[in-house]
Design a protein around this ligand. Structure first.
Ligand code: SF4
Length: 499
């Protein structure tokens, strides 16, 4: 059984997850969805851009040769005088690694000793160096040194949080990438690597490991098999309000597996209390204060605003930093009186910066509104961001920000239905409160997928067939419109409940 560095890193998170990945590769959970595929594509883009920073480097061809061929090509490159090798491939004791960048270390002291040493560089698309990068770097260091390569440093080359995109490259004050030296921590991990390799191989050779669930299920990222391993009963502690994987794991470590196991000291929060009462009595709980909480929404012209954003690892529009979100779509409903609503919408078309046009249309749509409803503070954050990126409309955007009013805290502090499952996301709240309205009839049903689809339309549209382009645009328009209509109907139902 051979391991790759990616399998090794998977095994560091959980042997059971590793076992499923290797022994059940066609599992439904492992099929890359659009969001995951987009992450792969962005990773490939970052990798290619990283290579441009090392002129004269050679790529060990992935397509044309077998593993053995790539290992041979790597050895030939090592023996040549190339300044850098990309995807240099090594194998030791059944562990195969491909190094993103192996950079010849030109340090004079080593050269004078007639020694060639190399800087091992792992490229990541995060905006900083993270703990999760260390096992990845350490297993590469282990294999390279076992293969006789002298490694002088280990570095993580990640995106630079200080970088700001400018179409005019002369105005870019800093590079897209930054390198962080992790030699010491990677070396400190070396003694544990052989034991971990043996343990992972043993786990793979046996039956499905019996790893208990815990904090590792969400670290460094949520495991795709959460639904297989975590209990799905409604009263499991993970379904308590404001309890994610980490807090649920802490509770379970203390012997609390169900919401009913909570000691009284841990049920004092009003929202938690309401949730427990609602679950016990299996009915919706509505607080008497709901009517007062809804009073600020009683204005003649009430608008409802929702954005969809793009968020690219490599920024695309002026002034943006890596992974910064920017609105590229909005939906807006506004009351006309008598239960009637007007709808306005905007969705960017083509790769050019849409923010000025989006702001222009949004300000025009919202100009008569007394208050504008949002669900969560996300829209406020985006409008604040637009105040900087579209400065010619700063005053108007500040005025719009002052009109914003958030419906989410009203729900969280006054209403609970067992169907919320501990969450106040509109996706969980909507149907229990407005039974005739769901997202199930839509193609796009979440913001992450919407973000990826918008980016696909705007930045790779040449590769999308015209009919698919139109269909995806319509799917996005339907999704964003549903978000604002959901707020409209939710508020109507809350008013009825308060009455
Ligand atoms: S859910 Fe947790 S225990 Fe199950 S495979 Fe994933 S990480 Fe392992």
């Amino acid at each position: 059984m051979s391991l790759t560095k990616s399998l090794f890193v998977t095994g560091v998170q959980c042997h059971k997850l590793l076992w499923w990945k290797v022994n059940e590769p066609s599992a439904k959970e492992l099929e890359p969805d659009k969001v995951l595929q987009d992450r792969f594509d962005q990773g490939a883009q970052v990798g290619e851009l990283a290579r441009e920073r090392f002129p004269g480097g050679v790529l060990v061809d992935r397509e044309a040769t077998s593993i053995e061929g790539r290992i041979k090509a790597t050895q030939a490159a090592l023996a040549s005088d190339v300044p850098a090798i990309f995807e240099a491939t090594f194998e030791f004791d059944g562990v195969r690694v491909k190094v993103d960048v192996l950079l010849r270390d030109d340090s004079r002291s080593l050269a004078s000793l007639g020694m060639t040493s190399w800087r091992l560089i792992e490229v990541k698309m995060t905006s900083s160096q993270k703990d999760e990068h260390i096992p990845d770097a350490a297993v590469q260091l282990y294999v390279l040194e076992k293969c006789g390569v002298k490694v002088s440093s280990v570095e993580i080359m990640h995106l630079n949080a200080d970088y700001r995109y400018s179409a005019d490259v002369t105005r870019q004050s800093t590079d897209l990438f930054k390198r962080t030296d992790v030699t010491e921590v990677a070396r400190a991990m070396l003694p544990s690597i052989p034991g971990e390799i043996v343990a992972q191989k043993a786990a793979l050779a046996g039956a499905l490991p019996t790893k208990p669930i815990g904090e590792h299920c969400g670290e460094p990222r949520d495991c795709v098999f959460l639904k297989r391993c975590w209990p799905q009963n409604a009263d499991h502690i993970a379904n308590l309000y404001n309890v994610g994987i980490k807090r649920a794991s802490d509770h379970m470590a203390a012997g609390i597996h169900s919401v009913w196991d909570l000691p009284p000291a841990k049920t004092k929060n009003a929202t938690v209390k309401r949730q427990l009462t609602s679950m016990k009595e299996n009915r919706m709980i509505v607080e008497p204060g709901l009517g007062d909480a809804l009073k600020p929404f009683d204005v003649p012209k009430l608008g409802f605003l929702d954005f969809e954003t793009i968020m690219r690892a490599v920024p695309v529009w002026d002034g943006m930093k890596p992974h910064e979100a920017a609105p590229a779509q909005f939906s807006y409903h506004e009351s006309k009186g008598g239960g009637e609503y007007r709808h306005d919408k905007y969705l960017a078309e083509g790769p050019k910066d849409c923010r000025t046009e989006l702001v222009r249309q949004m300000l025009d749509a919202t100009k008569h509104a007394d208050r504008v409803v949002m669900y969560s503070a996300y829209e406020k954050t985006q409008i604040r961001g637009l105040q900087n990126s579209v400065p010619e409309f700063r005053d108007e955007l500040v005025a719009l920000e002052a009109k914003l009013i958030d419906l989410l805290p009203v729900v969280r502090e006054n209403v609970y239905h067992p169907g919320f499952q501990g969450s106040f996301s509109i996706k969980y709240v909507l149907t229990p409160v407005v039974p005739e309205l769901t997202y199930k009839d839509l193609i796009i049903v979440d913001g992450l997928t919407a973000s990826v689809e918008i980016a696909r339309l705007l930045f790779v549209s040449g590769k999308i067939k015209p009919e698919e382009h139109e269909r995806v645009r319509q799917d996005l328009l339907n999704y964003c419109e549903r978000d604002t209509w959901a707020m409209v109907r939710l508020l109507e139902e809350l008013r009825a409940l308060s009455a």
